[in-house]
Design a protein around this ligand. Structure first.
Ligand code: BDR
Ligand code: CA
Length: 309
């Protein structure tokens, strides 16, 4: 089984990523860590508790809160996309049973990665604050992680929060910079270039059947589908974060190229933009496996199979 720590800012698609990770049955989830992002740290943690309750695994998986704000900037929530609560209104009335574990996410990451050197993959689906803090405290961490897979950035298309920036990069670009330059031997970027091609639609949701998980997915994504329709003309939910989990399960879902990537932190117009040196004009050592193509059908085959299991 893949040993995974999943770092989330639980909004709608993070939740779907957690569900995929648990229901795949192929992951040894060492822990889930939470970070400020789509919603506050407190809400992200509470939403994660609700999802673990739904999956009935709250007692098995440590849940550790982390950073409540970006390294240098102020918080920037994404309620437009994820709703006021972060789960599109689903599970709003649920009584929360699962409770977070004591501790601080960056320390949890350091301890567990060092204890199982070379075996742990970090899957990051929120702003990269927790990992940046971990790397600053323990720079040798990079030699002990098996791989880091993060959802964030975009290299060939437009952004989703400003014309050039993807949300996770935009919220904490300084943290992203720390992570990009930390020296991780395997750092894989699952950006909007591929996640925008993986669109959950109403047919997929119908295929899930009528289980409690299927009903949750339907409810949680229903407003999102409408908003996506207004902007893009199709009723769909982009599977940003679930795809990052999918890549951890099966690398062959994506085609990657190792390239030099940096992130803008000092621009009035372009903060949070990921800049990819396709032609190696800067002559820098490539640092990121950039996902450039994706087999969306293969992803959904796996996603639906897992959620129905
Ligand atoms: C990313 O931003 C968040 O709103 C989503 O959860 C995802 O991690 C997509 O840009
Ligand atoms: Ca996210």
């Amino acid at each position: 089984k893949h040993k995974i720590i999943l770092d989330v800012d639980t909004g709608i698609d993070d939740a779907l990523g957690i569900i995929l990770a648990v229901k795949s049955g192929e992951m040894d989830l060492i822990g889930i860590t939470t970070v400020n992002g789509n919603v506050s740290l407190g809400k992200a943690t509470e939403n994660t508790c609700k999802i673990l309750d739904l999956l009935q695994v709250g007692e098995q998986i440590p849940l550790v809160p982390g950073a409540s704000q970006p390294l240098l900037r102020t918080v920037f929530f994404e309620h437009r996309v994820h709703g006021e609560d972060g789960l599109g209104g689903a599970l709003r009335e649920a009584t929360v049973v699962t409770q977070p574990t004591k501790g601080f996410a960056p320390d949890f990451i350091i301890e567990n990665v060092l204890a199982q050197s070379g075996e742990v993959t970090l899957v990051m689906t929120g702003p990269l604050t927790n990992l940046a803090l971990a790397v600053r405290k323990c720079p040798e961490l990079v030699h002990h992680v098996k791989e880091v897979i993060f959802m964030g950035g975009v290299v060939r298309e437009h952004g989703n929060v400003t014309p050039t920036a993807e949300y996770n990069m935009y919220v904490d670009p300084e943290a992203a910079k720390v992570v990009l330059h930390a020296g991780f031997p395997e750092l894989t970027m699952v950006g909007l270039d591929v996640t925008r091609k993986v669109l959950l639609n109403e047919d997929h949701i119908r295929e899930l059947g009528d289980t409690s998980i299927a009903r949750y997915v339907k409810q949680s994504t229903s407003d999102y589908l409408e908003r996506y329709f207004e902007r893009n003309g199709v009723r769909a939910c982009a599977m940003h974060d679930p795809l990052a989990v999918g890549v951890a399960l099966n690398r062959n879902l994506v085609t990657t190229q190792k390239l030099y990537v940096d992130v803008e932190t000092r621009s009035e117009l372009c903060d949070g933009q990921t800049v990819c040196d396709f032609q190696n004009r800067w002559g820098k050592e490539p640092n990121v496996n950039v996902c450039l193509a994706v087999d969306a059908e293969a992803f959904f085959e796996r996603f639906i199979r897992a959620l129905k299991a």
